[in-house]
Design a binder for this molecule. Structure first.
Ligand code: 5GP
Ligand code: SF4
Ligand code: MG
Length: 461
């Protein structure tokens, strides 16, 4: 999911939030929502299924007045795909309404819901995010102020959560003690006393805000008329940023660890070329996510790079079912091979990951149909062998091709002449950060936040 929030009394906060969400669209396409708080602390909210540009228009935005706003793009990992699960989640308390936007996934939702039932607070939806919002409201209603209530509630949550929480007194932003999902702080260039929170820095760039710093793991940041203040609600934060954010999920123009992810992804292409060279004529990448690593591979291997696949940039979700014939040729809805570039070439095709293997199989067939003489696949991440419980929608383990098959078996199944993956060490070394600061459980099964047995069994073989 994508989360966004800002405190900016003289700005059109709904419109700025709209553009923030627009930049964060890649983080979730299922539903979009914005909640604003006006001067009286009244909440105005609109949320609907679909892309940000489909959900909102000038008219709807003009009905969202306020001095601050919270926004969300949903990508469903838990809870069903239904407008009831759209965020921000709104809950009334004795101190006014709170609105909450969540990115990540809790692992103790079941326990939280039981606790809430014990307190006679009922959850309407199936989402873990609503459970967090109701828990905070319950702590407020037990007599805590906003700061205490949020901190007390957060200490009861286990799993991955980057949150932006709107309240009548100001906006809060926090990350779980491992900081699995990203969350950054910026300030508006037109008024540096106005603060912005966004999942990624691309959400700041689009509204003319400058990056200040990350929200730290286990930190609670609060923005209102008095500026920004920081509180710590956990004793021992241990950073475990999702390495898949760096490899694939986050936008390449977003900055992490002081550099763009484009630069990181080029560097893993360099490492991949050093680790797994192959004699060939041309390097191509799978648009868009495989491109930076393909360029990196090309530069290190000195094998020239070209675009061999053109992506239709306008394919969102199509609501019209393709014909049977179209479905069989599957991939060409989205990616079309350039025949005259590929004909007779010994190709290296670079993608960021193989999950189920279906994309790769179809692509390899399309490249061969277009006349490629040899197809060598290089993957800029290690084999995905384990599902994610922290908010990335990888499938059940049995659907992950690398969970049951060796690299040679995968090569045979997707129909390539050779296949190699980036090493786990190479992926982490290329971050140029302390490797212990990352979660890489989908490549190792070494889950940094314990996953309760019942949840493990739902997705692990
Ligand atoms: P697969 O092997 O499952 O057919 O697809 C791999 C492709 O899907 C890669 O090109 C990669 O960029 C993309 N991909 C990787 N991880 C995810 C994910 O979590 N969700 C979705 N929708 N696509 C992903
Ligand atoms: Fe990211 Fe994989 Fe860890 Fe999930 S398991 S948080 S996708 S690194
Ligand atoms: Mg891709």
């Amino acid at each position: 999911c994508g989360v966004f929030g800002l405190y900016a009394p003289d700005e059109d906060v709904a419109k700025l939030t709209y553009f923030g969400l627009y930049a964060l669209q890649h983080r979730g396409q299922e539903s979009a929502g914005i909640a604003t708080f006006d001067q009286q602390g009244q909440v105005h909210c609109y949320k609907e299924m679909g892309l940000v540009s489909r959900v909102f228009n000038e008219d709807i935005l003009s009905q969202l007045p306020g001095t601050m706003a919270v926004g969300h793009n949903r990508y469903s990992t838990t809870g069903s795909s239904h407008v009831q699960n759209a965020q921000p989640a709104l809950v009334d308390t004795r101190l006014g309404t709170l609105s909450l936007a969540h990115n990540g996934n809790l692992v103790n939702t079941r326990e939280l819901r039981q606790e809430l039932e014990r307190r006679n607070c009922n959850c309407v939806t199936t989402s873990d995010s609503e459970a967090i919002a109701i828990l905070i409201a319950s702590e407020v209603d037990r007599g805590h102020d906003w700061h205490q209530a949020i901190q007390t509630a957060l200490r009861q949550c286990q799993g991955a959560f980057s949150l932006v929480i709107g309240t009548p007194i100001g906006i809060f932003a926090t990350r779980d003690p491992h900081g699995v999902r990203p969350l950054v702080i910026g300030s508006l260039d037109t008024n540096p006393n106005y603060y912005v929170f966004a999942s990624e820095t691309c959400g700041l760039d689009i509204i003319g805000a400058s990056y200040l710093r990350n929200v730290n793991p286990g930190e609670l940041v609060f923005a209102n008329a008095d500026g920004l203040c920081s509180e710590r609600w956990t004793e021992n934060p241990t950073p475990k940023l999702c390495v898949f954010e760096m490899i694939y999920f986050a936008r390449p123009d977003s900055m992490m660890n002081e550099e763009s992810l484009y630069s990181y992804r080029m560097r893993i292409g360099n490492v991949l070329a050093t680790e797994s060279p192959v004699d060939a004529d041309l390097v191509i990448g799978v648009p868009d996510s495989g491109i930076p690593a393909a360029i990196g591979y090309s530069r290190t291997s000195k094998i020239s790079y070209a675009e061999g696949l053109i992506k239709n940039r306008y394919v969102g979700r199509t609501f019209i079912q393709p014909t049977q014939h179209m479905r069989e040729s599957g991939i060409r809805m989205k990616l079309n091979p350039l025949k005259d570039v590929l004909e007779g070439q010994r190709l290296i095709i670079v993608d960021d990951s193989i999950v189920r293997g279906t994309t790769s199989r179809k692509l390899v067939k399309a490249l061969r149909d277009a006349g490629a003489k040899e197809v060598h696949m290089r993957v800029s991440s290690p084999p995905v062998t384990h599902p994610c419980f922290y908010g990335i929608d990888t499938d059940d383990q049995k659907q992950l091709i690398a969970a049951t098959k060796s690299v040679d078996e995968i090569a045979a199944q997707i129909g390539v002449d050779s296949l190699a993956y980036l090493s786990w060490e190479g992926m982490l070394e290329a971050t140029q950060q302390d490797p212990s600061q990352f979660c890489s459980a989908c490549f190792t099964g070494d889950y940094p936040i314990p996953v309760p047995a019942q949840l493990r069994h739902s997705k692990l073989m």
